[in-house]
Write a protein that binds this ligand. Structure first.
Ligand SMILES: [Zn+2]
Length: 457
């Protein structure tokens, strides 16, 4: 037998046995063809001595390319690929960055994508497109139309529905329930960006737990760290852990940075936000535009909020030990980057999340074991998203693999420069093809669009 790729001498995670196992891994025709002591030749042999051969990382929370704004080129998914991610779920926080059909068509037109993509239908984007103001209640007939639109998107291959309550405070609990109750699929995936953070975090989490319970859908609390890492994390984790026990369809994702990032014109920065966080204008960093890489003043904040509302700012308002606690929780939780790029700028989480967890939180701070961290970035999201062929190393599984050095892996991207690649990642393999060889992208078309489970063919 001549395999396409043979990875020798590495260790790989066996999640069922709960340990790292030594063994070779052979790939042929896009699939894992043999594991263990593998005999036979290969077109490419990778010596993985001292390396971990992991299933490709799955980013359950990111913000996909905006082909409408950035042109038909890949920016964020190239960053994802370079940090070992092979599959991404986009369309988070209520935001669809273009229509689903357009997104699928561009991937087809470009002949593939750097990563495998799944996309949710963004509820807020549909609501905004209907002309409903962010603070306004939707009329019953508008809610019915929005529910139908979500249903149509799911029929066309959207993976589920995302909501961003904080971005459109006019969205009520009842509105969400009406939209969800109109969806017939019991196991539909629903993700939600909370209604309020910091002092409002406890109420926001209660609301999400209630929506999860009453709707009966699979429910993902989005980026827990940016909701509750301002003094509320211990309580938030206790409440969520209890709720996950009562409702196994509930879970959450979180990212490894103590600053969040979003548009300066959003409702996140409405009056009272600085008092709530106990922070000021000087804790906001502008990532592009006229004042790129400068911290805000009252004057520049107001100017840019008025004149350039899409400008992404980074808000340094979270506590480091609470970020670590959200990652270290072994009762549940997954790693999601929440990465997004606007005008080629953004937050380093877009390019460093997964290596940062493995470098800073596993190796340096030892707040979580390597195996548990890998679980949160591979098999847990794969099971959550029902991607049977992904998230594990076993014969017949997809050839999506990330080979890294556990002694050196680390993030490179900074708040000033998003484009510094991570270190310690030797190879990223997508669909059985070498996509990255030591930070060099070899193939950025090996990924495909993956339709949601309820697509009507
Ligand atoms: Zn969000």
């Amino acid at each position: 037998m001549v395999y396409d790729i043979l990875i020798k001498n590495g260790v790989y995670p066996d999640f069922e046995a709960d340990r790292l196992v030594k063994g070779d891994i052979a790939i042929a025709d896009g699939k894992i063809a043999a594991v263990g002591q593998v005999e036979g030749d290969a077109k490419k042999v990778i010596d993985a001595a001292g390396r971990v051969v992991s299933p490709g990382f799955i980013d359950i929370h990111m913000h996909e390319e905006s082909f409408l704004k950035e042109g038909k080129e890949y920016v964020i998914s190239r960053m994802m690929l370079l940090m070992g991610v092979t599959t991404c779920l986009g369309g988070n926080c209520g935001k669809s960055r273009q229509s689903l059909d357009m997104f699928k068509n561009v991937i087809k037109e470009l002949g593939g994508a750097p990563v495998n993509y799944l996309i949710q239908a963004g509820y807020n984007s549909a609501r905004n497109a209907m002309g409903i103001g962010r603070y306004d209640a939707a009329a019953p007939e508008q809610i019915a139309m929005l529910a139908q639109q979500m249903k149509d998107d799911i029929d066309h291959g959207a993976y589920g529905i995302s909501f961003g309550l904080e971005y459109d405070p006019g969205i009520t609990f009842e509105e969400v329930m009406q939209v969800l109750n109109a969806q017939p699929q019991e196991d539909l995936y629903v993700s939600m960006h909370y209604r309020d953070d910091s002092s409002g975090s406890a109420d926001a989490i209660s609301e999400m737990i209630r929506i999860a319970r009453e709707s009966g859908k699979k429910f993902q609390i989005s980026h827990l760290s940016s909701c509750s890492a301002m003094g509320q994390m211990a309580d938030a984790i206790a409440v969520i852990n209890q709720a996950m026990k009562e409702n196994p369809k509930l879970n959450y994702d979180t990212y490894p940075y103590n600053a969040f990032s979003t548009g300066i014109g959003t409702a996140v920065f409405d009056d009272g936000c600085f008092e709530k966080w106990g922070k000021g204008y000087e804790d906001l960093l502008m990532t592009s535009g006229k004042y790129k890489n400068q911290f805000c003043t009252k004057e520049t904040f107001e100017e840019m909020r008025r004149d350039d509302p899409d400008l992404r700012v980074v808000a340094f308002v979270m506590n480091e030990e609470e970020i670590a606690a959200a990652i270290a929780n072994t009762e549940g939780g997954m790693i999601g980057s929440d990465g997004g790029v606007e005008r080629k700028a953004g937050h380093p989480r877009s390019a460093g999340t997964f290596p940062r967890v493995l470098g800073k939180y596993v190796r340096e701070e030892k707040c979580i074991s390597l195996l548990d961290a890998l679980r949160k970035m591979t098999i847990a999201p794969a099971d959550r998203l029902e991607l049977a062929g992904k998230g594990r190393i076993a014969v017949g599984c997809d050839g999506d693999i990330t080979v890294f050095n556990p002694d050196t892996i680390a993030d490179g991207a900074t708040f000033e420069n998003l484009y510094i690649p991570p270190v310690g990642i030797d190879f990223v393999i997508v669909d059985g093809k070498v996509a990255v060889d030591h930070n060099e992208i070899i193939d950025e078309r090996a990924g495909t669009f993956i339709s949601g489970p309820f697509e009507k063919k």
